[in-house]
Design a protein around this ligand. Sequence first.
Ligand code: NAD
Ligand code: UDP
Length: 323
Amino acid sequence: MARWLVTGGAGFLGSHLVDRLLARGDEVLAIDNLYTGSEENLRAAKQNPRFSFRVADVRDPLPAETGGAPIDGVLNLACPASPVHYQRDPHLTLTTSVLGALRIVELLEERPGLRVVQASTSEVYGDPDVHPQPESYWGKVNPIGPRACYDEGKRVAETFLVDAHRKRPFPLQILRLFNTYGPRMALDDGRVVSNYLVSALRGEPLTVFGEGTQTRSFTYVDDTVSAFVAALGLDHFDGPINVGNPEELTVRELVDVVAAALGAPLRVEHRPLPVDDPRQRRPDISRARARLGFSPTVLVAEGMQKTLADFRGRVTPNPVSTP
Ligand code: NAD
Ligand code: UDP
């Protein structure tokens, strides 16, 4: 039986990953400081005797054991991921990525064969000049803009881990995740899919930043989790791997996807485009296909239906407006 430490395990993505690892018979210790995560996400996991949870900060020394036995690896997901939350406390965001990676490197000194899967991000490409983005593209990140605490933190985390791997190889994988959505996203998460579902269910206008011509590529959470599980099976590090859906949508098109899922037209309200908001983003997933056997299986229309069903159970409709 494999034993994993999942950091950020009470978050949206972390909790789905915990559930998948438990379902395949593994033992999991999750840690989280509950900055954006919630123990509610771990309600099912907590029923499982192979699961344990600790409120802990990834910037502190990490546990090397669970249930008295050494862990086999770390899946590092701790870090606020929504621009609203990661910009709320930039110091926390930057130090979480940088010190979190440093703690893993320290753990590797004690346990040299540890498997490590790092949740990196398409944000390492910044506002890209190359489209779609292959892993070989070094990106265009503003180092002093409001997104830098996240983008640069994730870039340094990659640097820390790859330097450690160069010094003494270990089973490392770095997944550069593109926008992932699905059930359990926090209602106040602030990212576009959760904002739109909450507004749609409350009968409020959907906020379109700028003209809504900027693009993103949305991956359903189950597909992203499958990429993590596939990454755990790889021994050899051959560079970071993009994980995402090559189907690219403008924000305006996303409004239509949400309206179709809801089966009703939706009003929109324009707001200013945030500073440094990337204009376009679509992954080149050739490497993910070759190395992980990854390709998205859930169409955006289908994933949105499933996510809407989850949000319906959590959002209280606004009595004065109907969708
Ligand atoms: P999330 O905010 O739901 O989860 C992040 C979790 O990390 C939360 O539970 C939070 O409380 C925890 N956390 C934050 N700082 C911490 C710290 N210092 N110590 C311990 N725990 C801490 O976001 P998510 O979407 O589930 O993202 C998970 C990971 O995947 C993040 O590392 C994020 O950067 C990465 N990622 C996500 C996406 C996406 O679209 N969901 C895209 C790219 C990368
Ligand atoms: N966005 C929007 N309305 C919202 C939230 C976000 O138009 O209520 C836009 C945002 O400007 C960006 C895209 O949707 O262009 C995705 O934003 P999100 O915060 O989900 O993630 P990002 O990919 O920017 O990190």
